[in-house]
Design a protein around this ligand. Structure first.
Ligand SMILES: [Zn+2]
Length: 93
C-alpha cells in the first residue's frame, strides 16, 4: 500500500463556499461596494504589492461610480488602509 498523505478523517471536508459573501462591517466604506471573494486567479494587492493567491478569501472594493477601478485587497491590508485614510482627513466631509 503506497504511503500517501494521511487522510484527516477527524476533520470533515469544508462545505462548498458561496463565491462571494458579505464583507465584515468594519471593511465597509461609503461610495463603494465591498465584498469578500475568493477568486480563481491571482490579484495584486495595492496595499502590500503582494499577490493574492487564487482561492484565497480577500476583499474586493468596487467604487459605485467606477466599477472598472475595483481593487482586490488582503483583508489585513484593507484594514491598514482604512486606518491610514481615516486617520488622515484628506476629504473634509
Ligand atoms: Zn496585501
Amino acid at each position: 500500500m503506497p504511503r500517501r498523505h494521511r487522510l484527516q478523517t477527524e476533520e470533515p471536508a469544508p462545505p462548498p463556499r458561496p463565491p462571494r459573501a458579505e464583507a465584515p462591517l468594519w471593511a465597509l466604506v461609503p461610495g463603494a461596494d465591498v465584498r469578500r471573494v475568493a477568486g480563481e486567479k491571482p490579484y495584486r494587492c495595492p496595499g502590500c504589492e503582494h499577490e493574492i493567491r487564487p482561492g484565497t478569501w480577500h476583499l474586493v472594493v468596487v467604487p459605485h461610480d467606477d466599477v472598472e477601478a475595483r481593487r482586490h485587497w488582503h483583508e489585513g491590508c484593507w484594514r491598514i488602509e482604512l486606518n491610514r485614510t481615516r486617520g488622515r482627513p484628506d476629504r473634509a466631509t
